[in-house]
Design a protein around this ligand. Structure first.
Ligand code: TRP
Length: 335
């Protein structure tokens, strides 16, 4: 039997942050190194345009996120690593899928519903500030996944709905036009699905609460010091389970270190001390990759060459699938 195919992407709308590392890059690179899977990892730059319309940010973020993957051990020889916008078959497939997607399904997408709800709460028009990209985003994401017939999609809990929609859309397409797509499954790591950000909500570029993955040591320290805590004094016992400092600690520590920190919380470790230890833990793990990262950022042509090679690998599959899909839906030569 051939290997299960794993696919995941990161949106290129800002600097890579600890949440991207813990939630996507680290597990994906580990899985790819195990040799058990056929891995597809990509830079979701079409997705970036939905929320980020500053061309320089999209461009810079693409370099930074690519460099982060590579610095953290991704081997472009053993995986297929590419930039979404180098694969013109993806927007082409998006259209075929769009025409097979019930509007009612997309109405239920939580990113869109959330935007409508917050408009209503603010007394604005329901559609205020919502572009069609935000509305159709689950269909573009379905195209990312179905294009390469991926089986497993490692994502944070907040993305499960999108994978289920990709499955629904694939099913409808298969039912109507014949079996073309594998039905994908979300893979959620229960222990560490979503890392918390500075304010305790999910760490996300959209919330502006991220800790950058590869800033200087000084900046890393500064960000960690900004993590929200309660007002308990040194010596007062603290609850590890509702603490962002502890949650992030857990994402980087061994089981043993986590148990020790839990004890330290119970016996009243000062917030300043806990944050200092957190900084040291993270900094030690990022020290070496940081050097590699800085080197790659200084040599964008190396990164570009890797991405173009990846696109070539990816397109050897996407052009083939797309041509059979065009046949299947009736977009055929006349003779
Ligand atoms: N929407 C995902 C996120 O914001 C990124 C993404 C785009 C993705 N396309 C994907 C993830 C396909 C997995 C598979 O996190």
């Amino acid at each position: 039997m051939s290997k299960q195919r794993v696919l995941t992407g990161i949106t290129t709308s800002g600097a890579p942050h600890l949440g991207n590392y813990v939630g996507a890059i680290r597990p994906a690179v580990e899985a790819s190194l195990s040799g058990e899977f056929d891995s597809f990892f990509f830079l979701a730059d079409y997705h970036a345009l939905i929320k980020c319309q500053d061309p320089d940010i999209v461009h810079q973020s693409t370099l930074e996120i690519a460099a982060a993957w590579l610095a953290l051990g991704l081997d472009p020889e053993t995986v297929t690593f590419y930039r979404q916008s180098d694969i013109p078959e993806i927007p082409e497939l998006t259209w075929l899928l769009t025409c097979m997607t019930a509007k009612g399904l997309v109405n239920r997408a939580h990113a869109y519903k959330g935007a409508v709800q917050s408009n209503e709460e603010n007394g604005d028009d329901a559609d205020f500030g919502i572009n069609m990209g935000l509305f159709s985003y689950p269909i573009l994401m379905a195209a990312d996944i179905l294009m390469f017939n991926a089986h497993k999609i490692p994502v944070g809990r907040d993305q499960i709905q999108h994978i289920e929609m990709a499955r629904d859309i694939a099913q409808r397409f298969n039912h109507h036009y014949g079996e073309h797509f594998v039905l994908p499954l979300a893979q959620v790591d229960d222990e560490m699905a979503v890392l918390q950000g500075l304010d305790g909500r999910k760490m996300s570029k959209s919330y502006g609460n991220t800790i950058p993955l590869f800033s200087s040591e000084k900046k890393l320290k500064k960000h960690i010091n900004k993590i929200k805590t309660n007002l308990l004094e040194p010596g007062e016992p603290k609850n590890a389970d509702d603490s962002t400092v502890f949650q992030i600690w857990q994402a980087f520590a061994s089981a043993e270190q986590t148990a020790e920190m839990r004890e330290a919380f119970a016996s009243g470790i000062a917030w300043g001390e806990a944050k200092k230890q957190l900084f040291e833990l993270i900094n030690k793990q990022l020290d070496e990759p940081r050097e590699k990262y800085n080197e790659l950022i200084a040599n964008p042509s190396d990164v570009e060459a890797i991405l173009l090679q990846g696109a070539e690998k990816a397109r050897s599959q996407s052009t083939e699938l797309m041509s059979s899909l065009r046949q299947a839906v009736g977009l055929r030569r006349l003779v």
